[in-house]
Design a protein around this ligand. Structure first.
Ligand code: SF4
Length: 385
């Protein structure tokens, strides 16, 4: 199988996850469980025999869902409600709602009202990450989630099944991390849109099928030599629940940029951390939940001994990135609250960065392009100086 064929398979699932889910369901006869980002462990639903899929923002304009959610909610939550009202989620047998921000809670309520025949599983995770009781409380939440899934599936979710799912998910994450490493070294010239296809499809595809394709892709690059670097090396940061629009990523790269790293949820954040493979699987998932926030800090969590800004500066040193573009989804409160700290730290460290606010509909790409081009020139001049 060629590189293009593999990327095309990833892109097809990433562009239309609900159609992929329909086909998967028809093929396997097994249930599909949709979940909100960003902390739901797909391993649990997988071990229960279902297809776990992280629900994705749609490209369609928001129409019928307008009346159910405030217009100042982020594009992701408004799109979720819109898809629910339009009946797009009919393929789902259950939905897992998490509570990582106020807007997500509002969207969960609106969807619950619409999808009266769909099983809703709601779970809350402790957001304070460095208290002595965090691990214990997380274990309680994941144990409750397991019990709800067992009730939904009508069968016990055995430890062995959970260990097998954890191993498969770890393998998948590990392969994507290898691609990230190869991209950083110039061995795998994957553009940001291609990388997004790889990660986004991992959020929605059958994990075994996805892993098989990933292994083939990694093998293609295994023996490749590094390509000479010509562009400005940048890190992409931010954008939590929804994937940045491909046309935005393409525009950034057309301005003479090579993206060498990111901490996007539809990027490195999603695959940064593995679940321990030994011991009690529920304790392992709780450990994973806590380790993720030290691996790639998240502004929706609270942890005194972890700084997102310090993480970003370190990651960029490692990636030899010369600047950073921050992608902030309009009205994303956790990001808006945290961004001033990032800005201050980057100014102190004399590291250039550019903030771009993104919208669900109608981004003025031409004017954004002028800003990115100017930013790239600034970075180049600084390097030359
Ligand atoms: S974290 Fe941000 S993007 Fe995600 S649901 Fe909340 S406001 Fe929207």
């Amino acid at each position: 199988m060629e590189r293009t064929q593999i990327i095309d398979s990833f892109a097809a699932a990433a562009r239309d996850p609900l159609s992929y889910a329909k086909q998967w369901k028809a093929r396997t006869g097994r249930p599909v469980i949709g979940s909100f980002p960003m902390n739901f462990p797909g391993e649990l639903a997988h071990a229960a025999g279902a297809l776990p899929m992280i629900l994705q923002e749609s490209d369609d304009p928001i129409t019928v869902g307008h009346g159910l959610l405030f217009p100042f909610y982020c594009g992701y939550t408004r799109s979720m409600v819109d898809q629910a009202v339009r009946g797009d989620f009919d393929v789902l047998d259950a939905i897992m709602f998490g509570d990582h921000c106020v807007q997500l809670l509002g969207a969960a309520d609106a969807i619950r009202m619409q999808l009266t025949n769909t099983r809703v599983i709601f779970f809350q995770l402790i957001s304070s990450m460095c208290d002595p009781w965090t691990q214990g409380r997380s274990e309680e939440s994941f144990a409750k989630l397991r019990a709800e899934l067992e009730d939904f599936a009508g069968a016990k979710v055995q430890d062995e099944a959970m260990h097998a799912s954890i191993r498969l998910f770890n393998k998948n994450r590990g392969l994507i991390r290898r691609l990230y490493d190869m991209r950083k070294k110039g061995i795998a010239p994957l553009g940001s849109v291609e990388m997004q296809h790889v990660v986004k499809s991992s959020m929605v595809m059958d994990k075994a099928e996805h892993t098989e394709l990933l292994e083939k892709l990694v093998r293609i690059y295994d023996s490749a030599a590094p390509l000479p670097a010509r562009n400005v090396r940048l890190h992409l940061s931010g954008h939590f629940c929804q994937a940045p629009k491909p046309e935005l990523l393409e525009m950034i790269e057309q301005c003479g940029v090579t993206v060498v790293g990111d901490d996007l949820y539809h990027g490195f954040r999603y695959i940064s951390t593995d679940v321990p493979e030994q011991g009690d699987p529920i304790a392992g998932l709780a450990r994973w939940y806590m380790d993720r926030n030290t691996g790639v800090p998240c502004p929706t969590r609270v942890q005194n001994n972890v700084d997102w800004d310090a993480y970003l500066l370190n990651a960029m040193r490692d990636e030899k990135a010369e600047g950073m573009i921050v992608l902030m989804a309009k009205f994303c409160e956790p990001h808006m609250y945290y961004y001033p700290e990032v800005k201050e730290a980057f100014e102190k460290a004399d590291m250039p960065h550019l903030l771009i606010e993104t919208e669900h509909d109608g981004m003025a790409l031409e004017s954004l392009k002028t800003r990115v081009e100017t930013f790239v020139e600034i970075v180049k001049h600084r390097q030359a100086a």
